[in-house]
Design a protein around this ligand. Sequence first.
Ligand code: PAF
Length: 293
Amino acid sequence: MQHNGIGELQVQIFESRSALRDYLSTRRDGRVALVPTMGFLHAGHMALVAAARARGDTVVASLFVNPTQFGEAADLAAYPRDETRDMAMFRQGGVDAVFMPPVDEMYAPDAETVVEVTELSKVLTGAVRPGHFRGVTTVVAKLFNIVQPDLAFFGEKDFQQLQVIRRMVKDLDFPVEIVGVPTVREADGLAMSSRNVRLGAEDRAAAVVLSRALFAAAERCRDGASAEELQEFITKTIAAEPRADIMGVDLCDAETLEPATGEITRPVVALLAVAFGDVLLIDQHVLNPDAGA
Ligand code: PAF
């Protein structure tokens, strides 16, 4: 980390792969930690940065709104951006270097290679956003090759993304440790997300139903409820909120993401995709039958 002489931390910004590689070639004596982001940072990202700072000697964050993971051009265009604020937050979090490539630095016009985790990418979010996880794994694989980190940090909030990336790393032998960081929530329980700023006041208030349903389901799971009972309970709790438009309530094995059925004997994850107006929110919570036992 560098200082500007008046006590303020400095962050180095790189737009080209070669300049970043040159910089990193001088930092390989310690552990390089990568935090991939698409910017518009919130406390959830800062938890990733803090976890990376705690374990890495050099912390690199990427800020790249990856076009290949957006299905519709409108979604990509609507993605919120505030690079000045992002840089200030990276600096405060103690990030050493930010990789902020233009699109043509990441994707050559004639690029034709993709990375796809075929099965895990098809289910759940992958079923409603075809191609989304292929875009994620392709860009994350590229970032791993460019940065060659020892550690990489991802939020548990995007649970399927985390599992897809873990599988890619295992299957393709990337020499990187993937670290999952727990979801950061607002005081009322709403999971932090860049999308929350797009919620109107009434939808923002209504969206608290997601965490309320998840936390209550966790208690029922500890009390021995079956997968079917939990799924029904979560669906009914959310459906009772008139502003919530349920796109998906899934209960899956927390490791394999296969649908959970019957008695719950190992951790399952409840995955929610619920729209409030035109804002699709996701949330997740691992339900553990043995927690606190
Ligand atoms: O989670 C995200 O912000 C993105 O999917 C990621 C991992 C930075 C890849 O573009």
